[in-house]
Design a protein around this ligand. Structure first.
Ligand code: ADP
Length: 393
């Protein structure tokens, strides 16, 4: 059975076509830098590897380009759209309603739309992907896997805000995101540690960044909150800020609420600090001595360190720290900045292992480190395909 996975990020779409249950990947690829004139479109099948730089305005155009490639007479992998039996979509915010893989219907789509203000960079793009896929692949069953689902185990003391109860009853609480990724890499880490009870800190660093405390396979705390905006410094999102700043900007500086929302989600984070939101550009500038890029990298790592400390306290220990996603897997510099001066916790990086480039699971701690430091490539697409296949069978 062919299952297509569509994983729309804030400025990217990852896709993977898998044959299930063999998990054989028929083709995969991604579009990065959506919204720019120099978007990067990649496609990889057994016979072809394509990389194109082209203008891709939005997620809709992105998905059209991907479909063209899948159906291409010469390089494509499908004869007809009917060759796909199911599509699995990653959707960021499912609120407290959806904690499991779900067949898409009108009600589900309405809920995704209703939750859009809470995940403005993602839910609209995710919904657009679903609507486009329904149009193009009209015979395929469409499923959704929510990023919030894995965090359903966070206890009330960690997910409730200290605000009047009536707001909690109206659904204002911390939900948690990147759940599919944290679930996938933590299961890999648990298999590697081969231990009954484990304490893990999973650090997902992509365009969006989050960190999760995982005890015995269950998420018990997470850096993002009500929406995917809290916590770590991200590509264009601020992460933690004092909410009084919002009132000061509106009441004293004259910003509208809409402007503040736009500014905190799309014009903050690494972009605001450096002028770039792609870490590759920031690292390259920093290596040439660009002071704002150097400071931004330090701020980013410092925020991650604080969460590591907090989660070690929350779990009364840690067995392994996991780095994953675009930055976590590829930036040896970011891993080095985060793990520097952590000897109090007995966390020691092996610089040579850390600098080795690889796209596979690896252990990068030194042999005298009590805590394992693992780089684990995430595979949200495979995790989603498994969940969709399980539901279909
Ligand atoms: P998304 O959250 O959209 O899924 P990804 O997980 O693909 O994002 O991560 C995107 C981030 O990974 C970008 O900031 C990009 O710069 C960074 N990245 C990708 N490759 C590298 C690399 N070799 N070195 C440093 N950063 C990288």
């Amino acid at each position: 059975m062919n299952i297509l996975i569509i994983n729309s990020g804030s400025s990217s779409i990852k896709y993977q076509l898998l044959e299930m249950p063999s998990t054989q990947v028929i083709c995969l690829g991604m579009i990065e830098r959506i919204g720019s004139k120099e978007a990067i479109l990649t496609f990889k099948s057994q016979d072809y590897k394509i990389e194109r730089i082209c203008e891709i305005h939005n997620h809709k155009t992105g998905l059209e380009r991907i479909t063209d490639l899948l159906l291409d007479n010469e390089k494509g992998v499908l004869k007809s759209t009917d060759d796909i039996e199911a599509i699995g979509h990653r959707v960021v915010h499912g609120g407290s309603t959806y904690t499991k893989t779900t067949l898409i219907n009108e009600e589900v789509k309405n809920k995704i739309k209703t939750l859009s203000p809470l995940a403005p960079l993602h839910n609209p793009a995710n919904l657009e992907g679903i609507l486009m896929a329904e149009e193009i692949f009209d015979t395929a069953k469409q499923f959704v896997v929510f990023d919030t689902a894995f965090h359903g185990t966070i206890p009330v003391k960690a997910k409730k805000y200290a605000i009047p109860n009536e707001l909690y009853n109206k659904g204002i609480q911390a939900y948690g995101f990147h759940g599919t990724s944290h679930k996938y890499v933590s299961e890999k880490a648990n298999a590697f540690l081969d231990k009954k009870n484990t304490k893990l800190i999973s650090i997902h660093l992509g365009n969006g960044c989050s960190i999760t405390a995982i005890k015995d396979g269950k998420s018990i705390d997470h850096s993002m909150g009500f929406a995917p905006s809290n916590g770590l410094v991200m590509g264009t999102r601020s992460g933690d800020i004092d909410h009084a700043i919002i009132f000061y900007m509106v009441n004293t500086l004259g910003y509208s609420l809409g402007e503040v929302n736009e500014l905190l989600n799309k014009e903050s984070g690494m972009l605001a600090l450096t002028g770039f939101n792609d870490l590759r550009d920031i690292e390259s500038e920093a290596s040439k001595g660009n002071a704002s890029c150097i400071l931004a990298l330090e701020m980013n790592a410092y925020r991650i360190k604080k969460y590591i400390g907090a989660y070690i306290a929350a779990m009364n220990g840690v067995d392994a720290i996991i780095f994953t996603a675009g930055i976590g897997e590829n930036s040896s510099l970011m891993r080095q900045l985060v793990c520097k001066d952590m000897d109090y916790f007995n966390i020691h990086l092996d610089d040579a292992k850390n600098d080795l480039r690889s796209s596979t699971f690896r252990e990068v701690n030194s042999i005298d480190s009590k805590i394992k430091i693992l780089v684990i490539p995430t595979n949200e697409e495979l995790e989603i395909a498994k969940q969709v296949f399980d539901l279909l069978s």
